[in-house]
Design a protein around this ligand. Structure first.
Ligand SMILES: [Zn+2]
Length: 98
């Protein structure tokens, strides 16, 4: 296990997450952090609930489309639509050349 930082707990029981850790993890204001316990070890990570509410691809935006256990945001749906159209055109072109 590697130590990233040492922080003092303040009067309210708060600690500040290091800026570099937040940057690397892409955690920002409003993200929910879960505090997990594994034996004597405490683990902090994005709260699992966030994965249910946010896009399965980019993980940043809220879902507008759900298919089984996956959800997709507006931007990723548009990107997928473009990809599908490209594949359909490719299939049609190959179909015509035969
Ligand atoms: Zn997305």
């Amino acid at each position: 296990m590697t130590i990233i930082a040492a922080r003092e707990i303040d009067e309210q029981g708060c600690i500040q997450l290091p800026k570099e850790l937040r940057r690397v993890r892409k955690w920002s204001k409003g993200d929910f952090i879960g505090i997990y316990e594994s034996g004597k070890t405490i683990i902090i990570d994005l709260f699992e609930k966030a994965e249910e509410e946010y896009c399965s691809i980019c993980g940043k935006l809220k879902c507008i489309l759900r298919i089984d256990d996956f959800c997709f945001c507006e931007i990723c749906v548009a990107l997928l639509k473009d990809e599908i159209e490209d594949i359909e055109q490719h299939v049609n072109l190959n179909g015509l050349s035969r």
